[in-house]
Structure formats: structure tokens, C-alpha cells
Design a binder for this molecule. Structure first.
Ligand code: NAD
Ligand code: UDP
Length: 364
């Protein structure tokens, strides 16, 4: 199997390389300006890496040449950091929409299978949040790939730049498929967690990372964990290793995966952000064997203070997983605790210096 992967150096890309390069029948050519998370694969003869963004020009021409012999192109490339949706809206729209558009056209010209990583944010907010009801009617909150309306807030809430760009890409893919027959698969991830997700701010990276790295940074530095808007938002969390297994199954079962949209998440791991903060304190106490972390401070902060003007939250994301279960025979099993334990241990190992300097500062 020959795969092309854009954004192979990111969090999901690094795990997808781990999964696919463990096989002997796969060759991968990848593009990403960043290689820090995939250093261990760089010498692998089955992996060719271009440390550049794949955008219009030389790299796109190279991509087009490579498409000829490829079985599929997986596009993971994105700016997908919520703190940037309203603070760098033009970059978010450019990267997620305009830089991805020529890639779709190249696949359409070559009639190649494009597996596009979209986002569950295309669903926006749930119907129940707009109706201001706590109804238990799944029709009002469950996210079904081919039925649920995609509901985003007003233009002034620039939080939606990302979701809107991704939604437009989905519509472009579908239009190409309908017009030229180009095979496609759309993946809508729901909060993948695992080692190597994002970065610890002020050590690396720009802006505020996603919630896992924010809470980890607070624990490692001995600073309060910040709960946005009361921590009422709910997310479902899936292990990244299980999520990339779903992608491996798509690649192995093209007849089942082509021309489909898949939610990839774990409905059994739904949690509010307040409960997540509390659970992460407990797990951190366990892995550091320091009971004091069980009462680590948690403070409230408004969305506007934390993310800036134009932030709006998705209230809840409960995926219908029937598509992935029936077509791919995929059902994630790992509980949230089973995900957090190895993930938080990994952060603790990688940022041992930070935790150590915090202990030293407290002691002195
Ligand atoms: P990530 O930020 O870790 O990885 C994205 C990678 O894309 C980065 O390494 C970046 O350098 C690279 N990139 C950006 N522009 C590029 C270009 N033009 N060419 C090549 N590489 C480029 O994000 P991730 O968590 O690995 O997410 C992967 C994909 O899944 C993204 O499309 C994201 O929108 C989507 N997604 C992920 C999650 C999740 O839970 N991780 C949730 C929803 C959606
Ligand atoms: N959040 C929080 N504290 C933080 C970072 C994030 O309470 O330090 C909240 C955020 O407001 C959202 C949820 O955690 O409700 C998930 O945020 P994340 O950045 O992981 O991305 P999202 O799931 O919204 O795409």
C-alpha cells in the first residue's frame, strides 16, 4: 500500500505513522514543516519525508506526480488550535480552506482516494443548546453524519472560522465526488487524547493548546487549572491509538470506507470539563504519588478572558457511531482513566524538568 500524508508530523500523524509503519506492506511519503514528533521514523526506508508545508507551487507539483502511484492521500494538515480560531482567523481560514483546496483538485484530476480529516466541530452547537432545553431526546443532541444539521454561531463569533472552513472543504469534496466520481472519505474526529498531543505552553508552541495540554501544564507548573465558563461543556474522549486503528481499517477495507463520512470518537467517555479537571488531578496524584494534587486549585475564567473576543463553545458532542461500527467493525474500548494514565505519564516523563523545577521552587 502506498500512502501520501499531509500533516504527518502532527499529533494524529505521528500515531498514524506508528501504526502504519509497523506493517511491512506500507510505504508512506509525508509532508509537514514540523518533524519533532516523528523523529524515530525519519530513517525508516519505507518513509519519505518532506519537511515543508504542502502548498501551491513546487510541493503541490511533487504531490501531483506522487499521486500517480498512490493508493490514497490522507490530509491531516490544519491549524486546529481553538485559541487561534478567533485570534488568527485569516490564517485559520487560509490553511484549512484555501491551502487544502488545490489538494482536492489534484486528487480529482488523478481520480485518487482522498481521506480528509475534518472535525466534529462542523456540527457546531447542538439543537438542544439553541432551544435552551435539557431534553434527553437524542434527536436534539446526538451527532449523525448524514442527518444532523450543522449549526454555527454568528459571524462576529470568529470561533467558527475553523468549523466553517472545514465544512466548506467537506462540501467541496462531496461536490467533486458528485461531479467527477473522485473517491473520498471524511473523518470527523471527536477529541482524540494521547501522548504527544499539542505542547506545553511557554516551552514550545504558539497560543493556548487544547484542554489536555492546558490542564497538564497547570499540574506540571503548580499553577491553577483554568475552567472556561464554569466547565459545563461536555466532550467525549477517545484514545488516539484506537482512533488511528479506525483509519487503518478504512485503508484495509476501501470498499466499505469510500464515499462515506465517519464520526470517530467514544460515546462511553463523555465528561464535563469540570469533571475532567478533577479526574486529571486524581490521576496526577496517583502517578506522582503526591496526594496533594488531589486538591490542586481549579479556578473559573470566562471564555472571553481565556480565548479573547468572539469565542463561543460547543456545548456537547455525542457521536452516533453506527457508521464506524457497521462498516468498519470498529468500536473503541478504552475508558477515560485508561487513556489518561499512560498519556499523563508520558507528559510527566517528557516534561520532568518542568515538574522538578516546580518542586524546587515550592521547597525553597
Ligand atoms: P496537529 O496540529 O497536531 O497536526 C496538524 C499538522 O499539520 C501540524 O504538524 C502542522 O505542522 C501540519 N501542517 C499545517 N499546514 C500544513 C501544510 N500545508 N502541509 C503539511 N503540513 C501542514 O493536529 P492533530 O491533532 O494531529 O489533527 C490532525 C487533523 O485532525 C487536523 O486536520 C484536525 O483539524 C483534525 N482534528 C483533530 C482532532 C483531535 O482530537 N486531535 C479533533 C478534530 C479534528
Ligand atoms: N477548556 C478549559 N480550560 C482550558 C482549556 C480548555 O476549560 O484550559 C475547555 C474549552 O473551553 C472547551 C473544552 O475545554 O470547552 C475543550 O477544549 P479544547 O481546546 O480541547 O478543544 P475543543 O474540544 O473545543 O475543540
Amino acid at each position: 500500500m502506498r500512502l501520501l500524508i499531509l500533516g504527518c508530523g502532527g499529533f494524529v500523524g505521528s500515531h498514524l505513522l506508528d501504526r502504519m509503519l509497523a506493517r511491512t506492506d506500507v510505504e508512506i511519503e509525508g509532508w509537514d514543516p514540523d518533524r519533532t514528533k516523528i523523529a524515530k521514523h525519519l530513517e525508516n526506508p519505507c518513509f519519505t519525508f518532506h519537511q515543508v508545508p504542502c502548498i501551491d507551487g513546487v510541493e503541490l507539483r511533487r504531490l501531483e506526480e506522487r499521486l500517480v502511484g498512490a493508493d490514497a492521500l490522507i490530509n491531516l494538515a490544519a491549524i486546529c488550535n481553538p485559541s487561534q480560531y478567533n485570534t488568527r482567523p485569516l490564517d485559520v481560514i487560509r490553511t484549512n480552506l484555501f491551502d487544502s483546496y488545490p489538494v482536492v483538485e489534484a486528487c480529482a484530476r488523478a481520480n485518487k482516494w482522498l481521506i480528509y480529516f475534518s472535525t466534529s466541530e462542523v456540527y457546531g452547537r447542538t439543537l438542544s443548546s439553541y432551544l435552551k432545553t435539557e431534553s434527553n431526546d437524542p434527536d436534539l443532541y446526538e451527532l449523525r453524519e448524514n442527518q444532523t444539521p450543522l449549526i454555527m454561531g454568528p459571524i462576529v463569533n470568529q470561533r467558527w472560522t475553523y468549523a466553517c472552513a472545514k465544512q466548506m472543504m467537506e462540501r467541496i469534496l462531496y461536490a467533486h465526488h458528485a461531479t467527477t466520481g473522485m473517491p473520498f472519505t471524511i473523518v470527523r474526529p471527536l477529541n482524540f487524547f494521547g501522548p504527544r498531543m499539542d505542547y506545553i505552553p511557554r516551552c514550545a508552541g504558539e497560543g493556548v493548546p487544547r484542554v489536555l495540554a492546558c490542564f497538564m501544564a497547570a499540574l506540571l507548573r503548580g499553577e491553577p487549572m483554568q475552567l472556561v465558563d464554569g466547565g459545563k461543556a461536555r466532550r467525549t474522549i477517545v484514545a488516539v491509538e484506537e482512533a488511528v486503528e479506525a483509519i487503518a481499517r478504512m485503508l484495509d477495507m476501501p470498499n466499505k470506507a469510500k464515499n462515506q463520512i465517519f464520526n470517530i470518537g467514544n460515546r462511553d467517555n463523555e465528561i464535563t470539563m469540570r469533571d475532567l479537571a478533577e479526574m486529571m488531578r486524581d490521576v496526577f496524584a496517583e502517578i506522582t504519588t503526591e496526594p496533594k494534587y488531589r486538591s490542586h486549585p481549579i479556578v473559573d475564567v470566562s471564555g472571553e478572558d481565556f480565548y479573547g473576543t468572539g469565542y463561543e463553545d460547543c456545548d456537547r458532542r455525542m457521536p452516533d457511531l453506527t457508521q464506524a461500527e457497521t462498516l468498519l467493525n470498529w468500536r473503541p474500548k478504552r475508558s477515560l482513566r485508561e487513556i489518561l494514565l499512560p498519556t499523563m505519564r508520558d507528559y510527566l516523563t517528557r516534561y520532568a524538568d518542568l515538574a522538578q523545577s516546580n518542586e524546587t521552587a515550592v521547597a525553597s
